[in-house]
Write a protein that binds this ligand. Structure first.
Ligand SMILES: Cc1cc2nc3c(=O)[nH]c(=O)nc-3n(C[C@H](O)[C@H](O)[C@H](O)COP(=O)(O)O)c2cc1C
Length: 204
């Protein structure tokens, strides 16, 4: 399936069949996430793969009881690991220098690269980290379509409650929930604004 077809066929799926998703397909989805681009190639995405029915139901209760969350055979809790920004920056910049993307002077732009980052300062990375995780999540959503699977982005949730349920450390920030399963509905394209509405201006 080409990318445009996957985009056209992806719709938020809120009804799932009970058929399980094989581990091979799950690996394909995680591979799609792994291939996503990220700022300075930090790859901050981390996933909790929830198959346990009781745990899915607890998460659903902390997500305004959106019932498809426990109906889907797999629930991916998509997180940003803020610690990637505290531990890997020198390595990632060096990789970019080695591959010729950055010049050797790149470290001048990162004067604090070797200074330990206070845990409280890590919060400043949240917007950037979540942006990167979002790219990986959409990679999964599109790959899922090509495998006959459905997903639905879910952000309406009480992330702190879900972090408690899953006993997540503070460095993992939940970005989205992504139920995965075989669709039991065939939605059509929801309304979209026109191209003329999204191009603010053309500068020639
Ligand atoms: C960041 C984000 C958060 C969303 N949160 C929810 C949600 O909490 N519950 C839900 O049912 N759909 C959620 N959606 C799905 C949107 O409602 C849906 O993408 C939009 O209406 C367009 O429909 P489509 O995905 O079928 O094209 C979310 C989508 C995105 C991208």
């Amino acid at each position: 399936m080409d990318v445009k077809t996957a985009m056209l066929e992806r719709h938020s799926i809120r009804k799932y069949k009970s058929d399980p998703v094989s581990d091979d397909l799950l690996q394909e989805l995680l591979e799609a996430a792994r291939l996503a681009p990220s700022g300075t190639n930090h790859q901050p995405w981390r996933f909790i793969v929830v198959k346990n029915q009781g745990v899915k139901e607890k998460i659903q209760a902390a997500a305004f009881n959106q019932k498809f969350l426990s109906e889907a055979p797999v629930l991916l809790v998509c997180c940003a690991d803020l610690l990637t920004y505290a531990t890997n920056t020198r390595k990632r910049i060096q990789e970019l220098i080695d591959s010729g993307v950055f010049g050797p002077e790149a470290f001048n732009s990162y004067p604090d690269v070797d200074k330990p980052i206070e845990p409280s300062a890590l919060k400043a990375f949240i917007p950037h980290a979540m942006l990167n995780v979002a790219i990986a999540v959409e990679h999964i959503a599109l790959r899922a379509v090509s495998l006959g699977l459905g997903t639905c982005w879910v952000q309406a949730m009480k992330a702190k409650q879900i972090a408690q349920i899953l006993e997540l450390p503070e460095n993992l920030v939940i970005t989205a929930l992504l139920p995965v399963g075989y669709p039991n509905q065939s939605p059509t394209l929801r309304p979209r604004v026109g191209i003329q509405d999204i191009v603010y201006k053309v500068v020639e």
